[in-house]
Design a protein around this ligand. Structure first.
Ligand SMILES: NC(=O)C1=CN([C@@H]2O[C@H](COP(=O)(O)OP(=O)(O)OC[C@H]3O[C@@H](n4cnc5c(N)ncnc54)[C@H](O)[C@@H]3O)[C@@H](O)[C@H]2O)C=CC1
Ligand SMILES: O=C(CO)COP(=O)(O)O
Length: 319
């Protein structure tokens, strides 16, 4: 049995995929949402149009989780500390797999760092990489990275989470995998803004490439292995979210570029993460001009055209 905490788009999609192999417990903190999903056998709020199989049991209350059950934590990163703190007694000594992308405001922590600090006797891991919830739920082929510092646990989790459509690779480079997923969302907002403002595909390609260099710079400063960023969690997810309308970060960026309203209830991890990354970059003295420009855009301090002029007028340098 696998337990999924968080019945948003991603948690539900993972539950649907994993339920093809065995029983899954899907938890939501909202009793009305649990009732609606139990009645309709669908998650119309977050992942409409896909049925929840009988292998998925839905609950708004999970007091005990058998020790051998891996637990997937599929809530937005900025909510993760609260969920862990509230459920720490239940989650102790479990394998906890963060299924979220970002850096916490204030602490600058990634998801596994948060798990390790709030539930220190659990095994922390992260599942990340290029994957839209709707694709996973429809059974389309997808590849993800499972990062866990504990090699034995990483092998067990890889087996447990691999499904016929969901191919899981593993790594012990947790910080690299965390940063790939967190930083690419900031770039996706920037790319959406570039396309939304009509600045063209060439500008987007430049932003992705120089943005990737910036991601690698930050990752190296924090001790990640350089190769990790070139894998699914970095390069793979950067390509996906910077080029697809399915990405909420990209669509949010496009709305900034078009100067249009964007629904604030939609999860856009890159917005808070951009601010957290700027703070972390300042503390580490890592040069991240693209991230800073995107953050200024998100904060309303710059328009896309001004941000682009600022980047283009920087002193010339070697690639
Ligand atoms: N949707 C996607 O295609 C993918 C999402 N992710 C990541 O998954 C994470 C979750 O995103 P989604 O599921 O897409 O978001 P979502 O907006 O669809 O759902 C978030 C869920 O978290 C729940 N939640 C919020 N605060 C909570 C709290 N304090 N306690 C308990 N539950 C709480 C909400 O009720 C909601 O069901 C994000 O970090 C995202 O980057 C990763 C890969 C793909
Ligand atoms: O992380 C994702 C795909 O890998 C989902 O992207 P969005 O959160 O931008 O929708």
């Amino acid at each position: 049995m696998i337990t999924v905490l968080g019945a948003g788009a991603f948690g539900t999609a993972l539950a649907i995929s994993l339920a093809r192999k065995g029983p899954v417990q899907l938890w939501t903190h909202d009793p009305d949402h649990a009732k609606a999903m139990q009645d309709t056998r669908r998650n119309d709020r977050r992942l409409p149009g896909v049925d929840l199989s009988e292998n998925i049991s839905i609950s708004e209350n999970i007091d005990t989780i058998p020790a051998q059950n891996p637990v997937l934590l599929a809530v937005p990163l900025q909510q993760l500390r609260g969920v862990l703190t509230e459920r720490a007694a239940t989650l102790r000594q479990h394998q906890l797999v963060a299924c979220c992308k970002g850096m916490e405001l204030g602490s600058g922590s990634g998801p596994v760092q948060l798990i390790n600090s709030v539930v220190p006797d659990a095994v922390g891991a992260i599942l990340t990489g290029p994957s839209f919830a709707a694709d996973i739920a429809r059974g389309l082929p997808t590849a993800l990275t499972l990062a866990c510092a504990d090699e034995a646990a990483s092998g067990t989790l890889q087996q447990a989470l691999n499904t016929p459509n969901l191919r899981i690779y593993r790594t012990t480079d947790v910080i690299g995998a965390e940063l790939g997923g967190a930083l690419k969302n900031v770039m996706a907002i920037g790319c959406g803004a570039v396309i939304g403002a009509g600045l063209g595909d060439s500008a987007r390609a430049a932003l992705m490439t120089r943005g990737f260099a910036e991601m690698a710079r930050m990752a190296t400063a924090l001790g990640a292995q350089p190769d990790t960023l070139s894998g699914l969690s970095g390069f793979g997810d950067l390509v996906l979210t910077c080029t697809s309308d399915q990405s909420r970060n990209y669509r949010f960026g496009a709305s900034l570029g078009q100067k249009e309203w964007f629904d604030p209830t939609i999860t856009v991890e890159g917005a808070a993460t951009a601010r957290a990354v700027c703070d972390r970059a300042s503390a580490l003295q890592v040069d991240m001009p693209i991230t800073r420009a995107i953050t200024a855009l998100i904060n309303g301090d710059l328009q896309v055209e001004q941000a682009m002029d600022m980047l283009l007028s920087r002193p010339l340098k070697e690639e």
